[in-house]
Design a protein around this ligand. Structure first.
Ligand code: SF4
Length: 144
């Protein structure tokens, strides 16, 4: 069937990952540093990702595509699909560069350049993963 669906112009995509965060269905993921529509049936064609793109790389097009599948989206999300990834480095700048090199921009991670309060970070997070040495300064860092 023909229907409305997002189209991503890879030549304009800067790999910022904002569209992947904006997509409520988890239909967009970062692949080799570029945004990619992972499955047609995950995209509802509503275009919530369009205003998120600072590069104007996303449009809505009409083409032959699988129907939007709410059940498939629910399954995908249960497995973590569409989960926003936020990273905050409270260390030297080269840590972020090393991390970028290692993950190759695959995860659509949003970085915060300035220090967040724990309250702001926690309010935006469903899952928090801490990567730090166990010292007296880090022990029980988040009431755990
Ligand atoms: S928001 Fe635009 S520039 Fe950023 S990853 Fe998505 S398509 Fe690419």
């Amino acid at each position: 069937m023909r229907r409305k669906i997002v189209e991503i112009d890879e030549s304009k995509c800067t790999g910022c990952g904002l569209c992947a965060s904006a997509c409520h269905e988890g239909a967009i993921e970062m692949v080799d540093g570029k945004a990619s529509l992972v499955r047609d049936d995950y995209c509802d064609g509503m275009g919530d990702c369009l205003p998120a793109c600072p590069a104007g790389a996303i449009t809505i097009t009409e083409r032959k595509a699988a129907d939007y599948d709410e059940k498939a989206v629910a399954e995908h999300k249960k497995k973590g699909g569409g989960m926003k990834k936020i990273a905050f480095f409270d260390t030297k700048p080269y840590d972020r560069e090393s991390f970028d090199r290692l993950n190759g921009g695959r995860y659509g991670i949003r970085y915060f350049e300035t220090r967040l309060t724990a309250a702001v970070l926690l309010a935006q997070s469903d899952v928090v993963s801490l990567h730090c040495p166990l010292l007296s300064a880090t022990n029980h860092i988040i009431n755990a």
